[in-house]
Design a protein around this ligand. Structure first.
Ligand SMILES: Nc1ncnc2c1ncn2[C@@H]1O[C@H](COP(=O)(O)OP(=O)(O)OP(=O)(O)O)[C@@H](O)[C@H]1O
Ligand SMILES: [Mg+2]
Ligand SMILES: [Zn+2]
Length: 230
């Protein structure tokens, strides 16, 4: 059986599981509760702090059969398809490999159509700062008049590279580096569930080494486990 790395196995599936980003998750949950969801979000912050995870949870929250709801059920067809990456209405696009104006034109063509099964078509564009200037210009037109059923979530580690014209049309959330203590607590929970014996001191060292990144912390824990069991 192939081994699923801890970082993937332990991806947060509800907003409550996203550690250290309450300023983001609470605001998103309130927006959903009060029906004030924006049509474009920009998630900024360091690597491995929860941007993609939060984007997927938002997509589930909006498209869940019980939704829009601040707490997606994770069992309905929409939630399962979004979590598994097979939803026909939620797209994850890697900005680093779809940088051109043609890619954005194609996206603009597709956006016109209503969602196939869900309430919203959601475009999660990762590394959005990698888009070319022409691509940004093409995107801008869409952001000015987005169809009501479309929501964009842009994610980037490098917001300085995004044109202000785009920035001003997005609601921006800055994901923080996660305090070492919170990382340590999360690692402890994971270690317990995985039946891995490790001291608090060991977890503390890993948490500190990760420098605010939860993915890095989980990768180090993976390494320590393979080293210790070799
Ligand atoms: N705030 C968090 N709370 C709990 N787990 C987290 C958090 N942030 C990251 N993780 C863990 O790290 C993994 C990667 O997180 P995610 O993909 O959300 O990071 P990201 O911010 O999008 O990083 P990148 O900039 O590299 O795309 C998740 O699957 C999860 O295991
Ligand atoms: Mg990401
Ligand atoms: Zn659901």
């Amino acid at each position: 059986m192939s081994y699923l790395v801890l970082a993937r196995k332990w991806r947060p599936q509800v907003f409550e599981d996203v550690v250290g980003q309450e300023h983001v998750t609470r605001t998103l949950q309130n927006a959903i509760k009060t029906g004030r969801v924006a049509h474009a979000y920009l998630f900024t912050g360091a690597r491995g702090v929860g941007k993609t995870s939060a984007a997927r949870i938002l997509a589930k929250a909006l498209n869940c059969i019980n939704g829009p709801t601040p707490v997606p059920c994770n069992t309905c067809e929409a939630c399962r398809e979004i979590a598994g990456g097979s939803s026909m209405d939620v797209f994850e696009i890697d900005g680093a490999s779809n940088t051109g104006v043609d890619d954005i034109r194609e996206l603009r063509e597709n956006i016109k159509f209503p969602p196939i099964k869900c309430r919203y078509r959601i475009y999660i564009i990762d590394e959005v700062h990698m888009l070319s200037t022409n691509a940004f210009n093409a995107l801008l037109k869409t952001l000015e008049e987005p169809p009501p059923h479309v929501i964009f979530v842009f994610a980037t580690t490098d917001p300085q590279k995004i044109p202000v014209t785009i920035l001003s049309r997005c609601q921006e959330f800055d994901f923080k580096r996660i305090p070492a203590l919170l990382i340590q607590e999360r690692l402890k929970g994971i270690a317990e569930s995985e039946k891995i014996k490790i001291t608090d001191r060991g977890l503390h060292i890993i948490a500190r080494e990760a420098d605010g990144g939860m993915r890095d912390a989980q990768s180090i824990l993976d390494q320590v486990i393979s080293f210790a069991s070799a």
